[in-house]
Design a protein around this ligand. Structure first.
Ligand code: SF4
Length: 218
């Protein structure tokens, strides 16, 4: 069995190795970023700013890596997400996982969240006052994560975040390059839409391939 002195020696050797390879600041900053995101979740998870707090089963902060370079944003949690307290874990979430695997990623390497952190009853669209109250949480998540790119899953999240007219089509938005908080912003199909229209699955996967090409080269 390893004694304490040997353990100390091994930990010191590992930290020295990490410092040489990544630099001390990288280690310290990543640790701070993780802690800040965790603390932020604790700070807001009991939010009662809008009426959705009365009907939710669970607050859905988001899930993934605090070091994620890619942030996915949907509109709001659904029934399974509300039940489990995690975003995109139903059938649509399984398709999102499949698309991530298609480009060699796991959901633990990205960050996934929604504009609203609580489920609207019956999965209705988010209301403007709910968005106005909840969107600052997303802003803060972005400030803490500092992602390289933000992907909107579906037209509602995109229209909302980009303040686009309500008749802007997903087809139009998919072809555009936007910015949100100064960060490149792309619009993908919502995986639930692909479940309803499997004929568009190739286009859904093609968007992920372009994401890989553009942002995951190195
Ligand atoms: S939806 Fe957002 S603003 Fe409304 S209660 Fe949930 S966390 Fe608070």
């Amino acid at each position: 069995m390893m004694n304490f002195k040997n353990l100390q020696k091994n930990v010191h050797a590992y930290l020295t190795y990490c410092k040489d390879v990544f630099g001390a600041e990288v280690l310290i900053n990543r640790e701070k970023k993780l802690t800040a995101l965790d603390l932020y979740r604790q700070e807001i998870e009991n939010c009662t700013k809008c009426s959705l707090s009365a009907t939710r089963k669970n607050f859905v902060f988001g899930d993934g890596s605090a070091n994620a370079e890619i942030l996915f944003v949907g509109e709001a949690p659904g029934a399974v997400e509300d039940e489990m307290g995690l975003p995109f874990v139903g059938l649509a979430g399984k398709l999102l996982d499949k698309a991530l695997h298609h480009i060699g990623l796991d959901r633990s390497e990205v960050f996934i969240t929604n504009i609203l952190k609580c489920r609207p009853p019956g999965n209705r669209d988010p209301l403007p006052d709910e968005i106005a109250l909840c969107e600052p949480y997303l802003h803060q998540q972005i400030a803490l994560l500092k992602p390289k790119v933000i992907i909107s899953l579906g037209r509602i999240a995109a229209r909302t975040l980009l303040c686009l007219p309500s008749d802007t089509s997903l087809t139009t938005m998919r072809k555009q390059h936007y910015e949100y908080c100064g960060i490149p912003f792309c619009v993908f199909f919502h995986p639930a839409a692909i479940l309803r229209n499997a004929g568009r699955e190739d286009e859904f996967f093609a968007d992920f391939e372009q994401l890989k090409e553009k942002y995951l080269k190195n």
